[in-house]
Design a protein around this ligand. Structure first.
Ligand code: KIV
Length: 285
Protein backbone atom coordinates (compact mmCIF):
# COMPACT_ATOMS: atom_id res chain seq x y z
CA UNK A 1 0.00 0.00 0.00
CA UNK A 2 3.02 2.35 0.16
CA UNK A 3 2.66 3.24 -3.55
CA UNK A 4 -0.90 4.27 -2.80
CA UNK A 5 -2.11 7.60 -4.21
CA UNK A 6 -3.14 10.34 -1.80
CA UNK A 7 -6.87 10.24 -1.10
CA UNK A 8 -8.27 13.68 -1.86
CA UNK A 9 -11.72 15.27 -2.04
CA UNK A 10 -11.69 14.43 -5.75
CA UNK A 11 -11.07 10.74 -4.96
CA UNK A 12 -13.95 10.72 -2.49
CA UNK A 13 -16.41 12.45 -4.82
CA UNK A 14 -15.37 10.10 -7.63
CA UNK A 15 -16.18 7.10 -5.42
CA UNK A 16 -19.52 8.66 -4.55
CA UNK A 17 -20.32 9.27 -8.23
CA UNK A 18 -19.33 5.70 -9.13
CA UNK A 19 -21.45 4.24 -6.34
CA UNK A 20 -18.35 2.77 -4.61
CA UNK A 21 -18.79 2.75 -0.82
CA UNK A 22 -16.31 4.94 1.07
CA UNK A 23 -14.48 3.24 3.96
CA UNK A 24 -13.89 5.14 7.18
CA UNK A 25 -12.63 4.27 10.65
CA UNK A 26 -11.59 6.24 13.67
CA UNK A 27 -7.89 6.18 14.57
CA UNK A 28 -6.04 7.98 17.29
CA UNK A 29 -2.36 7.02 17.17
CA UNK A 30 0.58 6.29 14.88
CA UNK A 31 0.59 2.44 14.84
CA UNK A 32 -3.17 2.18 14.29
CA UNK A 33 -3.02 4.76 11.51
CA UNK A 34 -0.17 2.79 9.94
CA UNK A 35 -2.33 -0.37 9.85
CA UNK A 36 -5.33 1.60 8.50
CA UNK A 37 -3.09 2.90 5.71
CA UNK A 38 -1.73 -0.56 4.89
CA UNK A 39 -5.33 -1.86 4.70
CA UNK A 40 -6.23 0.88 2.21
CA UNK A 41 -8.83 2.74 4.27
CA UNK A 42 -10.18 5.86 2.50
CA UNK A 43 -10.68 8.12 5.52
CA UNK A 44 -9.56 8.23 9.15
CA UNK A 45 -11.48 10.23 11.75
CA UNK A 46 -9.42 11.37 14.68
CA UNK A 47 -12.56 11.60 16.77
CA UNK A 48 -12.91 13.32 20.09
CA UNK A 49 -14.19 9.87 21.09
CA UNK A 50 -10.51 9.47 21.97
CA UNK A 51 -11.52 11.05 25.28
CA UNK A 52 -13.34 7.80 26.04
CA UNK A 53 -11.39 5.20 24.05
CA UNK A 54 -7.86 6.45 24.75
CA UNK A 55 -8.07 8.70 27.81
CA UNK A 56 -10.72 6.91 29.88
CA UNK A 57 -13.16 9.80 30.37
CA UNK A 58 -16.90 9.04 30.56
CA UNK A 59 -17.72 11.50 27.77
CA UNK A 60 -16.03 13.50 25.02
CA UNK A 61 -16.50 16.84 26.79
CA UNK A 62 -13.14 17.05 28.64
CA UNK A 63 -11.15 16.65 25.40
CA UNK A 64 -9.07 19.72 24.54
CA UNK A 65 -7.73 21.14 21.31
CA UNK A 66 -4.21 20.23 22.51
CA UNK A 67 -5.29 16.57 22.91
CA UNK A 68 -6.76 16.58 19.41
CA UNK A 69 -3.74 18.22 17.81
CA UNK A 70 -1.29 15.75 19.36
CA UNK A 71 -3.30 12.67 18.31
CA UNK A 72 -4.15 13.98 14.84
CA UNK A 73 -0.50 14.76 14.07
CA UNK A 74 0.43 11.19 15.12
CA UNK A 75 -2.25 9.75 12.83
CA UNK A 76 -1.01 11.89 9.94
CA UNK A 77 2.51 10.47 10.44
CA UNK A 78 1.13 6.92 10.37
CA UNK A 79 -1.16 7.44 7.38
CA UNK A 80 0.22 10.02 4.97
CA UNK A 81 -2.11 8.99 2.13
CA UNK A 82 -5.50 8.45 3.79
CA UNK A 83 -7.91 11.39 4.06
CA UNK A 84 -7.52 12.42 7.70
CA UNK A 85 -10.31 14.36 9.44
CA UNK A 86 -9.75 16.19 12.71
CA UNK A 87 -12.75 16.31 15.02
CA UNK A 88 -13.34 19.73 16.60
CA UNK A 89 -13.56 19.24 20.38
CA UNK A 90 -16.21 20.63 22.69
CA UNK A 91 -16.29 24.46 22.78
CA UNK A 92 -13.66 24.83 20.06
CA UNK A 93 -16.36 26.06 17.61
CA UNK A 94 -19.62 26.58 19.51
CA UNK A 95 -18.86 30.08 20.91
CA UNK A 96 -18.54 31.93 17.57
CA UNK A 97 -17.69 31.73 13.89
CA UNK A 98 -14.29 33.27 14.62
CA UNK A 99 -13.49 30.67 17.29
CA UNK A 100 -14.47 27.95 14.81
CA UNK A 101 -12.22 29.33 12.04
CA UNK A 102 -9.26 29.70 14.43
CA UNK A 103 -9.66 26.14 15.77
CA UNK A 104 -10.00 24.69 12.27
CA UNK A 105 -6.96 26.67 11.13
CA UNK A 106 -4.92 25.35 14.04
CA UNK A 107 -5.93 21.78 13.16
CA UNK A 108 -4.77 22.21 9.57
CA UNK A 109 -1.55 24.07 10.37
CA UNK A 110 -0.34 21.93 13.28
CA UNK A 111 -1.46 18.44 12.22
CA UNK A 112 -1.54 18.36 8.42
CA UNK A 113 -5.07 16.88 8.46
CA UNK A 114 -7.20 17.14 5.31
CA UNK A 115 -10.47 18.40 6.80
CA UNK A 116 -12.33 19.02 10.03
CA UNK A 117 -15.64 17.81 11.44
CA UNK A 118 -18.03 19.54 13.78
CA UNK A 119 -21.35 18.54 15.34
CA UNK A 120 -24.71 20.25 14.93
CA UNK A 121 -27.34 21.27 12.41
CA UNK A 122 -28.63 24.54 10.94
CA UNK A 123 -27.42 26.45 14.02
CA UNK A 124 -23.83 25.52 13.02
CA UNK A 125 -24.23 26.35 9.32
CA UNK A 126 -22.50 29.74 9.76
CA UNK A 127 -19.48 27.96 11.37
CA UNK A 128 -19.26 25.58 8.41
CA UNK A 129 -19.59 28.49 5.95
CA UNK A 130 -16.88 30.50 7.74
CA UNK A 131 -14.44 27.58 7.84
CA UNK A 132 -15.08 26.72 4.18
CA UNK A 133 -14.60 30.39 3.23
CA UNK A 134 -11.23 30.22 4.98
CA UNK A 135 -10.25 27.45 2.54
CA UNK A 136 -10.68 24.51 4.91
CA UNK A 137 -12.82 21.49 3.96
CA UNK A 138 -15.48 21.02 6.65
CA UNK A 139 -17.98 18.28 7.36
CA UNK A 140 -21.04 18.05 9.59
CA UNK A 141 -22.33 15.46 12.04
CA UNK A 142 -26.07 14.92 12.69
CA UNK A 143 -28.26 12.49 14.58
CA UNK A 144 -26.62 11.33 17.79
CA UNK A 145 -24.04 14.05 18.40
CA UNK A 146 -22.08 12.99 21.51
CA UNK A 147 -21.14 16.54 22.57
CA UNK A 148 -24.89 17.20 23.05
CA UNK A 149 -25.72 13.76 24.49
CA UNK A 150 -27.17 15.32 27.63
CA UNK A 151 -29.55 17.57 25.65
CA UNK A 152 -30.50 14.62 23.41
CA UNK A 153 -31.46 12.42 26.35
CA UNK A 154 -28.44 10.12 26.22
CA UNK A 155 -26.76 7.90 23.63
CA UNK A 156 -29.88 6.77 21.77
CA UNK A 157 -31.44 6.55 18.29
CA UNK A 158 -32.32 10.00 16.89
CA UNK A 159 -35.01 11.00 14.36
CA UNK A 160 -37.50 8.27 15.28
CA UNK A 161 -40.59 10.47 14.89
CA UNK A 162 -41.53 12.15 11.61
CA UNK A 163 -41.08 15.58 13.20
CA UNK A 164 -37.59 14.83 14.54
CA UNK A 165 -36.66 13.20 11.23
CA UNK A 166 -37.83 16.28 9.29
CA UNK A 167 -35.53 18.45 11.41
CA UNK A 168 -32.56 16.20 10.56
CA UNK A 169 -33.43 16.39 6.83
CA UNK A 170 -33.59 20.21 7.07
CA UNK A 171 -30.33 20.34 9.05
CA UNK A 172 -28.59 18.23 6.42
CA UNK A 173 -29.72 20.61 3.65
CA UNK A 174 -28.58 23.64 5.70
CA UNK A 175 -25.10 22.13 6.19
CA UNK A 176 -24.85 21.16 2.52
CA UNK A 177 -25.86 24.70 1.48
CA UNK A 178 -23.25 26.11 3.86
CA UNK A 179 -20.59 24.15 1.96
CA UNK A 180 -20.08 20.95 3.97
CA UNK A 181 -18.43 18.39 1.68
CA UNK A 182 -19.72 15.52 3.81
CA UNK A 183 -22.23 14.79 6.59
CA UNK A 184 -22.03 11.93 9.06
CA UNK A 185 -25.39 10.54 10.19
CA UNK A 186 -24.94 8.78 13.51
CA UNK A 187 -27.62 6.47 14.85
CA UNK A 188 -30.64 7.53 12.79
CA UNK A 189 -33.14 5.08 11.21
CA UNK A 190 -31.99 3.50 7.93
CA UNK A 191 -34.82 4.98 5.86
CA UNK A 192 -34.05 8.49 7.09
CA UNK A 193 -30.40 7.99 6.13
CA UNK A 194 -31.47 6.73 2.70
CA UNK A 195 -33.74 9.73 2.16
CA UNK A 196 -30.99 12.21 3.04
CA UNK A 197 -28.48 10.35 0.85
CA UNK A 198 -30.87 10.43 -2.12
CA UNK A 199 -31.47 14.16 -1.65
CA UNK A 200 -27.80 15.11 -1.29
CA UNK A 201 -26.50 16.93 -4.35
CA UNK A 202 -22.88 17.89 -3.69
CA UNK A 203 -22.39 16.24 -0.32
CA UNK A 204 -21.14 12.82 0.72
CA UNK A 205 -23.40 11.15 3.29
CA UNK A 206 -21.73 8.69 5.68
CA UNK A 207 -23.43 6.28 8.07
CA UNK A 208 -22.49 5.30 11.60
CA UNK A 209 -25.11 2.85 12.77
CA UNK A 210 -27.59 4.36 10.29
CA UNK A 211 -27.79 1.53 7.78
CA UNK A 212 -26.38 0.67 4.36
CA UNK A 213 -27.99 3.40 2.22
CA UNK A 214 -25.26 6.01 2.54
CA UNK A 215 -22.17 6.75 0.45
CA UNK A 216 -20.02 4.90 2.97
CA UNK A 217 -19.61 3.56 6.49
CA UNK A 218 -17.82 4.63 9.66
CA UNK A 219 -17.07 2.55 12.76
CA UNK A 220 -15.14 3.25 15.93
CA UNK A 221 -11.87 1.32 15.74
CA UNK A 222 -11.96 0.19 19.37
CA UNK A 223 -15.37 -1.44 18.83
CA UNK A 224 -14.03 -3.57 15.95
CA UNK A 225 -11.44 -5.27 18.10
CA UNK A 226 -12.80 -5.45 21.64
CA UNK A 227 -10.50 -2.66 22.79
CA UNK A 228 -13.06 -0.61 24.74
CA UNK A 229 -13.65 -2.36 28.05
CA UNK A 230 -16.86 -0.58 29.10
CA UNK A 231 -19.26 -1.66 26.31
CA UNK A 232 -19.63 -2.49 22.62
CA UNK A 233 -22.53 -0.67 20.95
CA UNK A 234 -25.06 -2.66 18.92
CA UNK A 235 -24.17 -0.80 15.71
CA UNK A 236 -20.57 -2.11 15.83
CA UNK A 237 -19.35 -5.36 14.33
CA UNK A 238 -16.51 -7.11 16.15
CA UNK A 239 -13.86 -8.32 13.67
CA UNK A 240 -11.42 -9.74 16.21
CA UNK A 241 -10.69 -9.74 19.91
CA UNK A 242 -7.43 -7.84 20.19
CA UNK A 243 -8.37 -6.94 23.77
CA UNK A 244 -8.26 -10.64 24.70
CA UNK A 245 -4.95 -11.16 22.86
CA UNK A 246 -3.42 -8.21 24.72
CA UNK A 247 -4.81 -9.30 28.10
CA UNK A 248 -3.48 -12.86 27.66
CA UNK A 249 -0.09 -11.49 26.56
CA UNK A 250 0.22 -9.20 29.56
CA UNK A 251 -0.82 -12.02 31.91
CA UNK A 252 1.86 -14.29 30.38
CA UNK A 253 4.50 -11.56 30.75
CA UNK A 254 3.61 -10.99 34.40
CA UNK A 255 3.82 -14.77 35.04
CA UNK A 256 7.18 -15.15 33.23
CA UNK A 257 8.86 -12.22 34.98
CA UNK A 258 7.54 -13.54 38.29
CA UNK A 259 8.85 -17.06 37.63
CA UNK A 260 12.16 -15.92 36.07
CA UNK A 261 11.28 -17.43 32.67
CA UNK A 262 11.82 -13.95 31.12
CA UNK A 263 14.28 -12.66 30.05
CA UNK A 264 16.10 -15.45 28.13
CA UNK A 265 19.67 -14.96 26.77
CA UNK A 266 18.25 -14.00 23.35
CA UNK A 267 16.53 -11.02 25.01
CA UNK A 268 19.69 -9.32 26.30
CA UNK A 269 23.37 -8.69 25.53
CA UNK A 270 26.62 -9.97 27.10
CA UNK A 271 30.00 -8.25 27.50
CA UNK A 272 33.42 -9.57 26.38
CA UNK A 273 35.52 -11.09 29.24
CA UNK A 274 38.44 -8.72 28.66
CA UNK A 275 36.19 -5.63 28.68
CA UNK A 276 34.50 -6.82 31.82
CA UNK A 277 37.87 -7.45 33.53
CA UNK A 278 39.05 -3.99 32.45
CA UNK A 279 35.89 -2.49 33.93
CA UNK A 280 36.57 -4.22 37.27
CA UNK A 281 40.16 -2.89 37.19
CA UNK A 282 38.90 0.63 36.50
CA UNK A 283 36.49 0.41 39.39
CA UNK A 284 39.31 -0.71 41.74
CA UNK A 285 41.55 2.29 40.84
O1 KIV B 1 -15.53 11.36 18.05
C1 KIV B 1 -15.91 10.49 17.26
O2 KIV B 1 -15.30 9.44 17.06
C2 KIV B 1 -17.12 10.76 16.55
C3 KIV B 1 -17.87 9.57 16.11
C4 KIV B 1 -18.73 9.09 17.24
C5 KIV B 1 -18.63 9.84 14.92
O3 KIV B 1 -17.52 11.88 16.40
Amino acid sequence: MSDRKKVTLTTLFQKMANGEPITWLTGYDYPTAYFHEQAGIDMILVGDSLGMTMLGYDSTLPVTMDDMVRHTAAVRRGAPKAFVIGDMPYMSYQPSVETAIRSAGRFMAETGCDAIKLEGGAEMADRIAGIVAAGIPAMGHLGLTPQSASALGGFRLQGKSALQAKKIVDDAKALEKAGAFCILLELVPDRLCQLITERAEHCIIMSLGSGPHAHGQLLIYHDLFGLYPKFTPRMAKVYGNAGEVILNGVKAYVAEVTSGAFPRPENYFGMKDEEYQELLNLLED
